[in-house]
Structure formats: C-alpha cells, structure tokens
Write a new protein. Structure first.
Length: 355
C-alpha cells in the first residue's frame, strides 16, 4: 500500500491518501450497490488501533473484510438480506457445489433474469415441502432408518440453498450496477468471476456469518474491543432491496450514539446526515463516481464526483498510524486518488462519543 500524505490538524484539515492496495487483498466476488472497495484505504486509516473483533453490520459484498489481511481479529459478517447471506454461506461452505450449479444455469438473457427473480421471490421452484418431509420422517421411522433418511433430506435442503444462491449470484451479476433489480442488458461471461468464489471461500472460513437486523446485531456484539462498521442504505437512495426508511435513519443514529465500543459509519454526504451526526468526528470524502463516468454519454471530459461521509465515535488522533508524512515529504509523482477532510470535531457536548 502506498504511503499516505497527511496534512492539517483539527477542523478543516485536509488529508490525502494514495490508495493502492497490496496484491494479497481480495476483490469481492460480487458487485454490490454502495460497495466500499474504493473507500477501503481511508477506512483502514481511520479505524482504531487494537480492536479484536470487526463486525460489518450492513455486510453487503464484505469489501471491508475481504480487504483486510487475516489476523487474530474475530470477524463477523452480517446482512439482513437473506438471499445475500445464503450466498455467503454457500460460498464459505459449499463453493464447489455452488460453482457447479452456476455453470448449469442457462445462458444470460432478460428472460432468464426474470425467471431467476421469480425463483428468489419463491413464486416458483420452492423447497418448502422438505420441512414437512423431515417432520414426517421423524414421526414415522425409527433409528437407524430415520437418521439415514434425515441425512439425505438435509443434503437435499442444502442443494436447495445452493440453487437459490446460484440464482441470486446470477441476478446480481446480470443486473445493472449490481442492483439485482433491473437487467443490465450486457452479456456477461459468468465463468470469469468463478475463481473469486474459491478465493473468497477460503477467506471466509473463520468468519462468523449472521442474518440479523441492525437493531439486533448491535447489542449482540457491542463490547470492549469490538469495532462496529456501519454502511447503511444511503439517505434518499432508493436502489436497495431491503427497505430503510426515515425511522431507520433516526434509529441508527440512536444506536450509534449508545455504542460502548468503537463505531465507524459511512453515509452519503447530505446536510441532513451532517446535522443528524453533529457532535461526532465527521470526515468528508470525495471520490470519482465510476458508474456515472462509465455510462456518461454527454460531456465525457467532465468528471463526476461523489461525496461521502465517514463518521467516528472516537478521536482518531488517539490511534495514529505508521508511515505518515507531510505533503512536503511526498515523493510519489502521482495524483492522490482519495481526499478526506475533517469537517466536524467530535466529543463536543456529547459524552457518549467516548469509547
């Protein structure tokens, strides 16, 4: 990873980061709306030192987990989207069956996209009858026949999970910008991404996978030494599969303020969010909007930038990182890829900001 250039102290300080990641860092195996691959270098730089557990509360594509070098830190992946969590479970536990199932699915087409979405909505091809069969098996058979039949039914249930995971994987890969809601219209060779499933499977072996709401996961893991990373659906953004309304934005602010452990939150840069989290440490981030640049048909010379916020419930000055240097010490000739500016210094009038 390239060195960071650090300049400025206190409110309004500008921080620049040359964010090239090491070769051992994994790319997520699926695209995801709001994925944080581009922001990983800044997030890692602002993360506290010495945390012993990392929890991705809104896991998404798990970009933050996949970008870390495996260490002794416990890692927890959580998302409320059951199809997404099932996909992660299958990547971790059934990678070969998943890869085989993806290969057996039909070719890329709009018609197939709609069929797969129906499957995921359980309008077709459901395996609900398996639960009833297992209950009947328990009542009608004695050991050892019961155990043998239950094992066969369990394998059949897992294959159902694999089929659903494969369908969800293809819906995401075929959809526009990884949204899973609209067909992208471009042919995709699914095989080109299958190697990432195998690599990510090994990386996930020691990761705890949860399928809880943010309201349930926070109190479960809020403890000294834990870092809760929140990447919720952005304010006034309607491109997410799981609904997240105004009540959720206020409730998340309440939970964030009550955290007794380290907490980091990323949001879109909006006056409402700035006001809502006033009193915490807030950094503004400007980065290129790659999707807008990729599909812009007019004014190609005009850069599309996107503003985001990174919010901390602790003083980042208490967690200095190595390899800091001033702008005058910078030897790299390239332009910085990331910029982040301190816009609000935390701990003013809010005792709950302290960890």
């Amino acid at each position: 990873m390239k060195k960071a250039a650090l300049s400025g102290n206190g409110e309004g300080g500008l921080f620049l980061f040359l964010g090239e990641e090491g070769a051992s860092i994994l790319k997520p195996f699926i695209p995801w709306v709001g994925g944080k691959t581009a922001l990983r270098p800044i997030l890692y730089r602002l993360f506290p030192n010495g945390y012993t557990r990392l929890v991705e509360v809104f896991g998404g594509a798990a970009a933050v987990t996949f970008g870390r070098e495996p260490d002794r830190c416990e890692e927890v992946y959580n998302d409320y989207n059951s199809n997404l969590v099932n996909l992660f479970w299958c990547v971790r536990n059934r990678p070969l069956a998943l890869i085989r199932e993806i290969g057996f699915l039909p070719l890329n087409s709009r018609q197939e996209f709609e069929v797969l979405r129906k499957f995921l909505r359980e309008e077709e091809f459901t395996d609900d009858y398996l639960k009833e069969e297992m209950e009947l098996c328990k009542r009608c058979f004695e050991p050892p026949e019961r155990e043998e039949l239950l094992e066969l039914l369990t394998e059949k249930t897992e294959l159902g999970d694999v089929r659903k995971a494969a369908a969800f994987y293809k819906v995401i890969r075929y959809s526009y910008a990884g949204s899973g809601t609209s067909y992208g219209g471009k042919p995709i060779d699914i095989r080109r991404g299958l190697h990432l499933i195998w690599s990510c499977s090994r990386r996930l072996q020691n990761v705890v996978i949860e399928n809880l709401s943010y309201e349930a996961i926070v109190p479960k893991y809020d403890a000294p030494g834990t870092l809760l990373y929140f990447d919720p659906p952005y304010y006034q953004a309607e491109c997410y599969e799981v609904a997240f309304g105004m009540r959720d934005h206020y409730r998340l602010r309440e939970l964030f303020g009550e955290c007794g452990c380290y907490a980091v939150l990323s949001y879109n840069d909006h006056p409402f969010i700035r006001e809502l989290y006033k009193g915490f440490w807030i950094f503004s981030v400007t980065r290129q909007n790659t999707m807008a640049n990729r599909y812009a048909s007019k004014h190609p010379e005009k850069k599309n930038e996107y503003g985001e916020l990174i919010i901390l419930n602790y003083d980042p000055r208490d967690h200095p990182k190595d390899r800091q240097m001033t702008l005058f010490d910078q030897t790299d000739k390239e332009q910085p890829e990331y910029e982040y500016t301190l816009i609000c210094e935390g701990g003013k009038g809010d005792e709950k900001n302290e960890v």
